[in-house]
Design a protein around this ligand. Sequence first.
Ligand code: OVM
Length: 397
Amino acid sequence: MPDRVTSQLDPFSPEFRADPYAAYEELRGLGKVVYLEKHDIWCVHHYDTCQQVLTDYETFSNAGGGGIKNYFKEKPWRKPSIILEVDPPEHTRTRTVLSRALSPRVLRQIRDRFEVDAARMVAEAGAKGEIEGVSELTRPYPLKVFPDSVGLADADRDNLLIYGTMVFGAFGPTVPWYEEYMETHKDVPEWIIARCQRDALAEGGIGQMIYAAADEGKITEEEAMMLVRTFLSAGVDTTVDSIGLCLRALAEHPDQYAKLREDPSLARNAFEEATRYDSSSQSIFRTTLTECEVAGQKIGANEKVMCFLGSASRDGAHFEDPDAFDITRKIKGQIGYGVGIHGCVGQMFARLEAECFFQAFAQQIESVEVTGPTELRMHPGLRGLTKLPLKLTPKAA
Ligand code: OVM
């Protein structure tokens, strides 16, 4: 008997990325734990095993890095994140600060501005009729409302997208385009760090709330800067991609869009379903600290384990009719944001951003159609669209 199930599937290849859901089905059929020979990594891809790995932080560490690189063996490309790429007890303090800065009270105050910006941007897109949905709608919206909330100045915000590509590109294996990209945009990391400084952040924004935690002695000034960097790293591309994929899912399922249009209060649940059905965060890595066992498979110490959230979300053992996009589905145990102590700290922010967007969209737009081929972005850490040609028909006034 072989001591493990292996596969030649390459999750970073264009074929896999074009239709990950077929590959996930294959992986789920192969077994609970599979060794991916192309990259010398293990993977889990069922709901229960993803849950197990992600909630056992004593075995499956984040200090080895959130991507494929093993920080216990290789040098990280930048100073590791002080929330994503650390374990307890260090993690607990920084996580608490970020959770407070994203509390329900803070979000309630932000909601009005999200609604106003969403309504305006959807109206402008609707008036054009034919649009390239990513560059004209699903990218500009998060790129405005998120940095506004953090308290970032207006200038050069496109650098946030460049930095996002750097951050999420680093989740995958090193490839030539990435090295070139890093070289071309080598000034951007410095720009980001400058934007993370206390005096660069507007009064009343979430960035200043992080610095207030430093004033209270909960974190150091340097840690505050690093937590603002986390916002600027993880807060833009993730929502750009998830909102774009949700809009495509709605456009490709006119029966579902009709339900949303008739009842815009379904907006939040529609996005919840899209986060399960087809979302930006398809995978995240852990690194084993000790020898361990998952579903009967022994895994050695210091090994990378890739957790396919996108596959866990399509696991029929947890979700009924998992391949159906149903915006009225009652989702129990959303895993699209990860779970456990590293589950997305900004998830309520993302939900609010998307809720306001799809509510405005449903209120104003009678029908939405995909009019040409859509294109996927190529960097490995996230799934998202770079092209989404759409025809929007506004409701009659
Ligand atoms: C961070 C960070 C960056 C990318 C992703 C992420 C999924 C966190 O800088 O803390 O969480």
